[in-house]
Design a protein around this ligand. Sequence first.
Ligand SMILES: *Cc1c(COP(=O)(O)O)cnc(C)c1O
Length: 369
Amino acid sequence: MSAKERGGGLSITIDLAALTRNWQQLAELSAPAETGAVVKADAYGIGIEPAVAALSAAGCRTFFVALPDEGRRVREVAPEAVIYVLNGFFADWTDVFRAVDLRPVLNTFASVEAWSAHCPGGPSALQVDTGMNRLGLSVHEALELVRHPALLSAASPRLLMSHLACADDPINPMNLSQLTLFRELRAEFPELKASLANSAGIHLGADFHFDLVRPGIALYGAEFAQDEPPLATVVTARARILQVRDGNAGEPIGYGATKHLERDTRIAVLSAGYADGYLRLAGSSDQRHGAYVAVRGRQAPLLGRISMDLIAVDVTGIVGVIEGDWAELFGANVPIDDVARAAGTIGYELLTGLSRRAERRYLSPPTNA
Ligand SMILES: *Cc1c(COP(=O)(O)O)cnc(C)c1O
């Protein structure tokens, strides 16, 4: 059933062929390293099962999730895949790790001990913090492990990981300092495969690829405006035009009357709002520009504050705008990162906050059976 038939106001189209193309493009860029896929947070909002099914069919063998329950959902569609759980392991997760055949990313000394006690010999990854001060063993703890061969052998790591803090800023000196430290660490664990790069890290060059790369956001078509060739658009969000109306120059628009019309204005009111995950801070006021949408292929700037279920946009001069038509909130004509930037955030937050109320439609990849 389409959004129209169900009575929905927001329609999200997810192009799984575009997802597959993006993965293939990253795999070509990263070869001979293996290219995995990060599918945490419901595959960045697009739906974990369809995303994993499409990526598996394209040849992806290694998936990363944040939590064991996400790993369980990956396993249902990818029976043969290697699945790493980034947020680690606790003893009370033993059953799900065993039943689903998940590999923990061990980030603390205590979790290394817990994994070797509860799942001795079960494959795992070790994540070492190389300067971000987020999650991972300290360098000191990692070296301590080398001095405990029995513990290390029971923990059975197959992969040595670290995560880059500033990969989206190629000239940031942290990239090189993290790379240098990671190389030194790797020499201490010569039998392990190594993985450092997220999406942005892949673009830092072959030095950062090691044995396995871990792209997330780039698969979903966001964040890499500088990419050559550009990534394919995976997610398109459209909202229905509920009303087209005229306002006079000087009149206020929206809650708080924080925005006044600068000219006589043709206004379209759309059926989407912050309850759909369209960020409220993307609205406009007399002091600041907001985001824009696309109506009939042309840019229409947001007018005033975003409501829970409604957005007003300026469609002055756009011919043929009619009530019942659809406006693009983001997609091929409106890069998701433009919307995110207008709200002071990143495409990741917009994607992972996508509405549960929206109608979702999947465009399937071609089957090569
Ligand atoms: C989320 C995550 C990734 C993917 O990052 P992107 O910037 O989305 O490519 C890779 N590695 C780790 C450890 C992560 O937490």
